[in-house]
Ligand binder design. Structure first.
Ligand code: GTP
Ligand code: MG
Ligand code: ZN
Ligand code: ZN
Length: 381
């Protein structure tokens, strides 16, 4: 038994149903079927209950359908939703903390480098997720254009659609595993105010892991030590910052406690990766011999190097301390059972955006938070 076994998922305790839709996050007991027969009068709109187990007959055209859909939003469901292998990863953090660039670069790297290198795995978009991902993120970031700040999900259906990817790989015992990852790139705007958080409300407490992005450019102890011009470039033109994410972490914690009916004294059991974004912008403040300066070791080794993770965790915790950001660290400690500190750069060293252009991203340690969440969730060997 390894230390990680204690974090393996416990038998599921879901509120209403057994399944969680990765699009609308409603829970349900029984999925439905959709008729895809082009000549059917229902024209793909018709949704019906199963006649027997894995298939159903369309009441309109009598064709047999195997296409399982959510009874609430009627979107096509991946198999792993029905096997209970959904991992909802929520990405939260204040405005301009770097969430969208992080997701955009992480997915690109997962497909091309991380999954194949780590365990010869594949990372494939489900349904239209890859096309949506390309349009919203990859086409822009990888031709060197900075993304715009994300729009609020309220009254914005497209924005509130998550990106769904299947991670498939073979274990050392030659078993094929498939996990469905649901990435939700929240707009910072929707996290600052509890009354604005109705969308976040739906998925945050169902997450398998939370990636909490901390913006180094919002910490006075960091900004004071850096060149002004440098800071303004890494801040994406955003002049005002609302302090280091304290209000967001308390809003997020409150939502989770309310939804799960937890007392204030109980610690939340969803693991949190507390991640400094824009590492490139503050590397000059990091000690020369620090582990976090080295390239991420996990993919090269083909296994998760927990000693490396622990070293980075304590380096970042002591940097936060020395920058006077204790209120954040104690909030995390008092509210969450499991958390670890990381630092990543989505764009890469010497790639600080100027006039909204930069070189093709060459990220630093972008895989660490996700691999850690998978590892402690018992999803990686
Ligand atoms: N130097 C540097 N700047 C970055 C990095 N990632 C993002 N930025 C900059 O940070 C600013 C905000 O990035 P976004 O990813 O749009 O931030 P966000 O958290 O999605 O913001 P909202 O959508 O408003 O919540 C942009 O100007 C980016 O160019 C990075 O790795 N390094
Ligand atoms: Mg964004
Ligand atoms: Zn039909
Ligand atoms: Zn749904």
């Amino acid at each position: 038994m390894s230390i990680f076994d204690i974090f393996k998922p416990k038998p599921k305790m879901l509120d209403k149903g057994n399944y969680v839709c990765p699009y609308c996050f409603e829970s349900f007991d029984k999925y439905m079927f959709q008729c895809l027969n082009k000549r059917c009068n229902g024209k793909g709109e018709r949704v019906f209950a199963a006649s027997q187990g894995k298939q159903a007959e369309c009441s309109e055209c009598k064709a047999i359908s195997y296409t399982k859909v959510c009874p609430n939003c009627h979107k096509h469901l991946p198999d792993s939703t029905l096997n209970g292998e959904n991992c909802i990863i929520s990405i939260v953090g204040s405005r301009a903390s770097g969430k969208s660039h992080f997701v955009g670069v992480l997915i690109h790297e997962m497909i091309r480098r991380i999954a194949p290198e780590y365990n010869k795995g594949s990372f494939e978009g489900f349904d239209d997720s890859f096309l949506r991902y390309q349009k919203v993120f990859e086409d822009k970031i990888y031709s060197g254009y900075q993304l715009e700040l994300s729009k609020t999900a309220m009254n914005n259906k497209d924005v509130s659609l998550p990106y769904i990817f299947n991670y498939k790989f073979r274990t050392r015992h030659n078993e094929i595993k498939c996990y469905t990852f649901v990435f939700f790139d929240t707009a910072g705007e929707d996290l600052h105010d509890l009354s604005n958080m109705s969308t976040v409300n739906k998925y945050i407490y169902k997450s398998s892991g939370i990636i909490f992005l901390l913006d180094p450019m919002s910490i006075p102890g960091v900004v004071d030590k850096l060149d002004k011009d440098w800071v303004s470039r890494a801040s994406g033109g955003l002049q005002e910052h609302d302090g280091i994410a304290d209000s967001i972490i308390s809003n997020v914690s409150r939502l989770i406690r309310n939804a799960k009916g937890m007392k204030e004294e109980q610690k939340i059991d969803i693991p949190v990766a507390a991640v400094f974004s824009k590492y490139d912008a503050f590397e000059q403040l990091v000690p020369e011999d620090a582990t976090v300066r080295r390239t991420s070791p996990h993919c090269k080794k083909g296994m998760f190097d927990d000693a490396d993770r622990k070293a980075v965790d304590s380096e970042i915790a002591s940097l936060l301390d020395s920058w006077g950001a204790r209120s954040f660290t104690s909030q995390l400690e008092n509210n969450y059972k499991t958390y670890s500190y990381f630092a990543v750069s989505a764009l890469g060293l010497d790639n600080n955006p100027s006039s909204h252009r930069f070189d093709k991203p060459h990220p630093h340690r972008i895989e660490d938070p996700l691999l850690w969440l998978m590892k402690i969730g018992g999803k990686l060997e």
